[in-house]
Design a protein around this ligand. Sequence first.
Ligand SMILES: O=C(O)COP(=O)(O)O
Length: 223
Amino acid sequence: MNLTNSFQAVIFDLDGTLMDTVGEIHAALALAFVELRIAEVPPTVVESLVGRGVRSLVERALERQGASRDGLDDAVHRFEHHYAALVATKAVLFPGALDGLRILRDEGLPLAVVTNKPRQFTVKLLEHAGIDSMMASVVAGDDGITRKPAGDMLLAACRQMGSPAAATLMIGDSANDVLAARAAGCPVWCVPYGYTEGQRPETLACDRLVATIAEAARLIVRD
Ligand SMILES: O=C(O)COP(=O)(O)O
């Protein structure tokens, strides 16, 4: 094994980095909002609301549609109900993600997923994509650890993988991921195709922008 940058492990964000999940999230939110007689939020807007967990997604969607925040608990409950039925039905890995994961796994690097998404949905998505067995650690949004943009979830993954933060690369798609990596002391690279909460990817304060996970893997592992 001959690694550039001497990374000992790699942590991935899930939504917008490894997997394109917005279709299912949009559909579940649309069903919840039909029940509540609230206008549908377009997919491109839903995409800009992903990354800070379910409650924040629903809260910001209600706000955008001018609906009262008083119904937040009910709206979250309805969204989760529909999402439980829809999750891992249409979501796909982004191009290059599987190839990149395989390159890193074959190199013997421990891999992790750190997502603000609740665990039950996270596990279903990883199983659906066939990448659950590749992960040495999965840290999810309802694990009781302070969520991204705090660094705690990344530090938990580092501990589980036995890898020092400074030698553990975070790969994400948003400022939320960059802030979490900085807080944990992890180097951070970003992909440009994900869910950036409306921010232009080239303005993300990451150490490097990589086109795909496959490109990242090839940079991490020197032939
Ligand atoms: O907001 C979510 O539910 C998950 O987002 P993340 O996978 O980008 O952390």
